[in-house]
Design a protein around this ligand. Sequence first.
Ligand code: BEZ
Length: 388
Amino acid sequence: MHIPTRLALLAACAASLALPAAAQPAGPIKVGLMLPATGTFAALGDMIEKGFKLHVQEQGGKLAGREIQYFRVDDESDPSKATDNVNKLIKRDQVDVLVGTVHSGVALAMAKAAKESNTLLIVPNAGADAITGPMCGPNIVRSSFSNWQPGYSTGVVAAQKGYKRAMTITWNYAAGLETVKGFTEAFEKGGGKVIKDLSLPFPGVEFQALLTEIAAQKPDVVFAFFAGGGAVKFVKDYDAAGLKKSVPLFGSGFLTDGTLEAQGAAAQGLQTTLHYADSLDIPKNNAFRKSFALTYKQNADVYAVQGYDAAQLLAAGLNAVKGDMGKRDAMLGAMRKATVDSPRGKFTLSAGGNPVQDMYLREAKGPNNEYRSVAVKALADPARGCKL
Ligand code: BEZ
């Protein structure tokens, strides 16, 4: 054999020994979707999954060149089953990344299991403040919000409108209580006073006694946190009780997101704040809504956006390491430093791993939560208790 040819052959053999095939990222990335498929939050879980899969589909079905394999568990929005459910994904299916969930109580159990097993967790909805507060960790990020954020921004708006006496009403669990806390903080800072907090157990919908109490107290404004099926019933009952005409109803945007069709006339005109508005007129939102409607023959909502952005966050990490999840620190670092080009507008993550984002005032009009104004610009969760 000619000498240069033999040298080239030897060099090629040495190179292949230095980089064995096994060192290359291979096989699919296993994504564990833990979302509600039944119960009052079922529609929310469905939209998150659709949003996540839409982004993957737009990348040709792969992220950073790796196929995505899905594993699913219906968490039923039931905290008592959460640890068993998440372990089906971590231990049985051995997923590379967990995506979930909607309900704050279930997500708290997921975060605990993710910390203990060091599994990457992307939270596409549940706002439990502790997840990006005292429980924060390098392997946990959120593509949604903390409960404090929409509560706080609604409190800012209610105070600006000059209301002085407020009542609050919600489900008695982390999301409801923390959202009300955020509302109260901003509303009282702005000169108002919360005169009474009302609550009922999750996912109860027996609102009559509480509505009677609101009618008796006659506050200037009511702040409500409900979502999904419960929000549909609450908004209809509030109207049917005659309260919509006499006591303005405010809420975090979950009160009217993904629910307007079912709420009908009862929801029209309701003002809420949230990190998304259907009619937000920016190129990314317009393209996203078009793509979502074409793919699924239905309109997107905030839950679809959060699912889409969970996939965008994962993609940011995977792209930085060319799909090699073995380069874990580099991947997690890239996710935390990413600027996500979201349909809600661009956002970054705080030190605790929670979106720093604009909060919008919206008004329910026809089938949409229409953009009215920016309620609070670049609102960052205080991440109380997060040490990283
Ligand atoms: C929660 O439990 O964190 C939650 C559920 C539905 C909408 C928003 C928050």
